[in-house]
Design a protein around this ligand. Structure first.
Ligand code: NAD
Length: 495
């Protein structure tokens, strides 16, 4: 039996994240036997709910997953609700009493996971109270799982980190970046380190450029209030995209362990060039979507979305170029782009290889008599919505004469396989139960990412921009295409 034993206290237990991700993920772990008899969940939030009402809500979140009402009932019987205001010390005493009762009832051995699924301004207060009200246990483990965003710049992240580290050691802090729980993000390491064909070529002698796209087709939806203070740079680049850059750029770890991988990721992030503000303006572009149309659908512009300022200067799109100053990557641009209301949803990575040293086919002509260029070999890693990878090679076109033609070796997981693969949150919750921090962000990674991003933010804050500058339903502003064109590259984006 692979049963884990723990009490989860979920701060923000009535919130969107808890309902959409945490409860279904806990249920999947329950069905797989990772959670069985020895677990309990305390949901806390401001509202006054009874245990019964809370359990009904929990059952509702798993209605598509639970094969029988009995199973849903049995699972939800482990859930308890405690109304709680995070600023009120007395409420923590009540919480401690309930924790002690559940610890005895389910024989949890003092194992405790505190999940902060709340707005970040509460993180420091909650953690301080966990210590001052003596909720942390002497036996078992006390682990803190903390949602993004971790700070809003380096200084605020540093302050928050100091508050948390005063209570929890780094090894017990699990900073969520849910992309790190995704199957294909984890597969980057398998592709790189289990295939000599790639790792031997994974450097500036063979790779021309790397392209990372995190495209969303949705607009800001009902998150305008949050997004206005964040923008694409802080919402996507500081965390998810820089994590992916680190995984692609890091040196092979000595062993596939948390400490070794972390050390290599930190080194990779530290090798990313810290631009001057002038360079940041040259290498990064921002965009905001205006009205637009796609397949008969008409979209409003960002400034017309709910809770968004009609003169908003918030970017909904970022494209940029990172340069990594080490022996492996010197001279290889890592282009990144992310945005809302783009043509289609898709997260993917292109590794674009250099051309052969001499093109012996350069005088070949195609059927129309046009000279044919050899397209580069491209390894594409598809993160979502499809998962898998493809490799484009050049082969000979069948027939008389000699004309090369691109051939795509395409391996995508079926929708069924993808559907059955564990949700990112399920994997990450299990990792936190196992005390494995590999797929979480260490403070050193968070700190360096903020240092990189703060420079871009400061440069942008000092300069004005003419928004909106791309149509909803397009692939972003012209400047994002020019960014590559000026280096003689283009974004590779095939179906
Ligand atoms: P939410 O607004 O839906 O939920 C917030 C929760 O906090 C609610 O349960 C609310 O009752 C509780 N709360 C607020 N003030 C309180 C107080 N003073 N005392 C006690 N409880 C209080 O937010 P959410 O979307 O669930 O997001 C929670 C966290 O997760 C945020 O940090 C967010 O950035 C992060 N996150 C959310 C998602 C998502 O998909 N929703 C994705 C990634 C990260």
């Amino acid at each position: 039996m692979n049963e884990k034993i723990a009490l989860f206290t979920i701060f923000g237990g009535t919130g969107d994240l808890a309902k959409r991700k945490l409860y279904p993920s806990l249920f999947r772990l329950y069905r797989k036997g990772n959670l069985a008899e020895h677990f309990a969940v305390i949901g806390t939030a401001r509202r006054e709910w009874s245990d019964e009402h809370y359990r009904e809500i929990v059952r509702d979140t798993i209605k598509d997953l639970a094969p029988t009402a009995e199973e849903a009932e049995a699972f939800s019987s482990h859930f308890y609700y405690q109304s709680h205001n995070v600023n009120d010390s007395e409420h923590y005493d009540t919480l401690k009493k309930l924790s002690d009762i559940l610890n005895d009832k389910y024989q949890l051995g003092g194992n405790h996971i505190y999940y902060l699924a709340m707005a970040p301004q509460f993180f420091g207060t909650i953690v301080q109270h966990l210590k001052s009200q003596e909720i942390l246990t002497d036996n078992g483990f006390d682990r803190l799982v903390i949602e993004k965003p971790f700070g809003s710049d380096y200084d605020s992240a540093y302050k928050l980190n100091e508050e948390i580290r005063a209570v929890f050691p780094e090894k017990d802090i699990f900073r969520i970046d849910h992309y790190l729980g995704k199957e294909m993000i984890q597969n980057i390491s398998a592709i790189r380190f289990a295939n000599n064909i790639f790792e031997s070529q994974w450097n500036n002698r063979y790779i021309d450029n790397v392209q990372i796209t995190f495209a969303e087709s949705l607009g800001v939806e009902d998150r305008g209030g949050y997004y206005e203070h964040s923008g694409a740079l802080k919402d996507m680049v500081q965390n998810h995209i820089l994590q992916v850059v680190a995984l692609l750029a890091m040196e092979p770890p000595v062993a596939f362990s948390e400490a070794e991988i972390r050390a290599e990721k930190v080194k990779a992030l530290q090798a990313i060039r810290l631009y001057s503000e002038k360079e940041a303006l040259q290498h990064f572009v921002r965009g905001q979507y205006g009205q637009g149309k796609l397949d008969d659908q008409v979209f409003v512009g960002y400034r017309e979305e709910p809770n968004v300022d009609e003169h908003s200067q918030t970017e909904t799109f970022v494209a940029g170029k990172f340069l990594i100053d080490n022996f492996r990557w010197s001279g290889v641009p890592f282009y990144i782009r992310t945005g809302k209301r783009l043509t289609e949803k898709g997260t993917r990575i292109n590794i674009v290889f250099k051309q052969v040293p001499v093109n012996v086919f350069k005088d070949d002509v195609d059927k129309c008599g046009e000279k044919t260029d050899l397209p580069p070999n491209v390894l594409t890693i598809y993160i979502q919505p499809t998962e898998g990878f493809s490799m484009t090679l050049n082969g000979k076109e069948i027939g008389q004469g000699f004309t090369t033609t691109p051939v795509k070796l395409d391996y995508r997981h079926s929708a069924e396989t993808t559907g059955n693969s564990p949700e990112a949150y399920e994997k990450l919750l299990l990792d936190s139960l196992n005390g494995d921090g590999t797929n979480f962000s260490h403070w050193d990674e968070v700190a360096q990412s903020w240092r990189i991003v703060d420079i871009i933010r400061h440069a942008w804050d000092k300069t004005s921009v003419d928004f909106p500058n791309y149509e909803a339903g397009s692939m972003g502003p012209d400047a994002a295409f020019k960014l590559l064109e000026q280096d003689d590259f283009t974004w590779d984006w095939q179906p």
